[in-house]
Design a protein around this ligand. Structure first.
Ligand SMILES: *[C@@H]1O[C@H](CO)[C@@H](O)[C@H](O)[C@H]1NC(C)=O
Length: 636
């Protein structure tokens, strides 16, 4: 991958490179506001033709409100492979996954551990950091950072990689955390040498020696010098490892320090950890590792081993098979409490459908014989391979109005962890109930949000449209059939009224037209043909087509209307709000409009995070700074 860091510098490109090549289970521990999460999802969907990529991204944040930023980011990407959860990252629960009827601990192949930090690396952009900086900020965060990172590596699969990052340059928040983690891992973890994966990036190796300073300016070289009345502020894990041999074996120089002048960015710190064996305190987990991760393990370990053999590999003590089983049972503590429910074989009857969610509507999977489904299947001629088991609703009782869909892996996670997970959101909307009811042969119309997932399974009601038709569809609210090309007209004539798919295939012989396929949801009425596409997406497609869009009522767009219904409401007054002409500044527009929603959200999210953690909590300014840094790097 040739990425020019000089021109498109920013931490996001770095993450892209470091995390590239993964396919499976990904955890983003401190994910809000979600720009990196979005990248992770995009990577999963690298192949547009795969409606359900293997694997998923679980995006976590401690702050409930900030979780909705993540939901917003995820919605923009229309992925059935993302789940937003709301936990304290330092105690994020161990999840289970069902592997051919056997419950196993869910280990992640990749973890992004972008911890709360002092944000001192962002001081070129954030004036507040100058005003509020003291060494105390870092000292206060160190413990939390170490706890989060520790929780992360516990849940990492053998051979998996965890990226630890901050936008701070203080070693107390960086090398000290990594060194402590390496030390207590007793060889289970190793720092990866990623230098060859980052061609063109300027950076400085991690440091091995540092001192610790108190707020009042007192320096300490070692833990033994710290007076007892200071031993709550300064902790032993903040100091470099004394033992020179041990320290050398850690290869702290493999940590990456990006200084602001290197690429003209903020300053930040990144370390990539590879897990070679279970953490010493959870040795027994090993037998529960998925076979899948074993495959990854082979690749990554051999790559890491190529460096030097300085790190001692701890042999796992042999243990009797029955003891292993006991241990694994113990690990899944919640399981025993759930054993009653788990005894059920096959899909549970709808009455016993499990409920998920936390202060959220429940997630209820459709039962196999739900009468809702056959008419839908028939109307859209769904392929027999369509995974209807993955359909869910957000209501347990009453009429099902929206049908959502998740990937089969996320279904597995949802079903097997309902008691321990606070799920904020997952799944994409694929069908909506039609207010006009059954008179159109099918009570459910397609939803734009899920159309790219659904489209490969649909074998009926697809109309191929030309680029001019797409323009008409996107700019007019309810155009008469006569406004469309004669081909489209012909196609539609014999088609029953109701929900349709409008498909545009690019024509390579006309290079100045839109060169990517577009799939729109639409409605075939008596005399008209319309697209059911949310306004923001309409604008997006129009910009891609080089049509300039001015909007008078930008401010009125709020979070909901952008992310929720692709309904009539959104498409109302489309024409009033838009004015079109050919656009030479399409790119500029795109940049502006794309960034704006995040900013609006950021502003509305300047809410003090509630102190949900018992221990040290990062100050709200720090948390904000981190996000601003994230955003600025996206913009850059
Ligand atoms: C766990 O997930 C599997 C696979 O998705 C499913 O068959 C099983 O019913 C789930 N277990 C429970 C208790 O729901």
């Amino acid at each position: 991958v040739d990425i020019s860091f000089a021109s498109r510098s920013g931490s996001n490109e770095l993450f892209h490179v470091i995390l590239l090549n993964f396919l499976f289970y990904i955890l983003d521990m401190c994910a809000a506001p979600g720009s990196k999460t979005a990248q992770l999802i995009e990577m999963l969907h690298a192949d547009m033709n795969v409606p359900f990529p293997e694997g998923f991204v679980i995006a976590n944040d401690i702050d409930n409100k900030r979780c909705y930023l993540l939901v917003h980011q995820a919605k923009r990407l229309n992925s059935p492979c993302i789940m937003v959860v709301n936990h304290d990252a330092s105690s994020i629960p161990t999840l289970q996954i069902d592997n051919s009827g056997r419950k196993e601990v869910l280990f992640y192949d990749r973890i992004l551990c972008d911890v709360p930090c002092s944000g001192d690396g962002t001081m070129r952009k954030n004036i507040d950091v100058w005003k509020k900086w003291t060494t105390q900020n870092s000292l206060q965060l160190h413990g939390l950072q170490l706890r989060i990172a520790t929780r992360g590596v516990e849940q990492l699969a053998e051979g998996g990689r965890m990226v630890y990052s901050t936008c701070s340059l203080n070693p107390v928040e960086n090398e000290a955390v990594i060194a402590s983690l390496l030390e207590k891992s007793e060889g289970a973890l190793e720092l990866a040498d990623v230098s060859s994966e980052l061609p063109g990036l300027k950076w400085m190796p991690g440091i091995t020696q540092w001192k610790v300073m108190l707020k009042d300016g007192q320096w300490f070289e070692a833990w033994k010098d710290v007076p007892s009345n200071r031993q709550t502020q300064i902790r032993p894990t903040m100091f470099p490892i004394k033992d020179e041999e041990k320290q050398k074996a850690m290869n702290l120089e493999r940590c990456i320090r990006i200084l602001p002048h290197h690429q003209n960015t903020g300053g930040f710190f990144v370390a990539v950890l590879i897990k070679k064996s279970p953490m010493p305190w959870n040795k027994r987990q090993s037998k529960l590792q998925r076979k899948l991760s074993q495959r990854t393990a082979d690749i990554s370990v051999s790559a890491a081993a190529a460096e030097d053999g300085a790190v001692e590999i701890v042999e796992e003590p042999p243990a009797a098979e029955d003891e292993e089983t006991k241990e694994s049972q113990h690990l899944l503590t919640v399981e025993s409490e759930q054993s009653k429910k788990d005894g059920v074989c096959g899909p549970p009857p709808s009455k016993k459908m499990k409920l998920f969610g936390f202060k959220e509507d429940p997630f209820v999977f459709l039962s196999e014989d739900d009468p809702l489904f056959p008419p839908i299947q028939k109307f859209y001629a769904l392929d027999p391979s369509f995974p209807k088991m993955n359909l869910l609703t957000r209501t347990q009782e009453g009429k099902k109005r929206q049908l959502y869909m998740v990937s089969k892996e996320l279904r597995n996670v949802l079903l097997n962890n309902s008691e321990r997970m606070k799920v904020i959101n997952t799944g994409i909307k694929v069908w909506s109930r039609n207010s006009d009811g059954e008179q159109f042969g099918c009570a459910f119309r397609l939803a734009q949000e899920g159309i790219y997932t659904l489209y490969p399974f649909i074998n009926a009601r697809i109309i191929n449209v030309c680029i001019e038709d797409v323009k008409v569809l996107l700019t007019q609210e309810n155009p008469f059939l006569s406004k469309f090309s004669s081909e489209t007209h012909k196609w539609v004539k014999d088609l029953a009224m109701g929900s349709i798919v409008l498909k545009y295939e690019p024509d390579p012989s006309k290079p100045d037209t839109l060169q990517c396929p577009v799939v729109l949801c639409g409605w075939h009425g008596k005399t008209s043909l319309r697209a059911f596409v949310p306004k923001n997406e309409r604008l997006h497609y129009l910009r891609m087509m080089g049509v300039e869009v001015f909007k008078a009522k930008r401010k009125e767009e709020d979070f909901e209307s952008k992310t929720e219904e692709g309904d009539q409401d959104n498409t109302k007054h489309m024409e009033e709000e838009m004015d079109m002409e050919h656009n030479e500044l399409a790119t500029k527009m795109e940049a502006e409009v794309d960034e704006e929603p995040i900013h609006e959200l950021m502003e509305s999210s300047v809410i003090e995070p509630e102190n949900k953690m018992e221990n040290v909590q990062p100050s709200s300014e720090n948390a904000e700074n981190r996000d601003i840094a994230d955003l600025s790097s996206v913009k850059a």
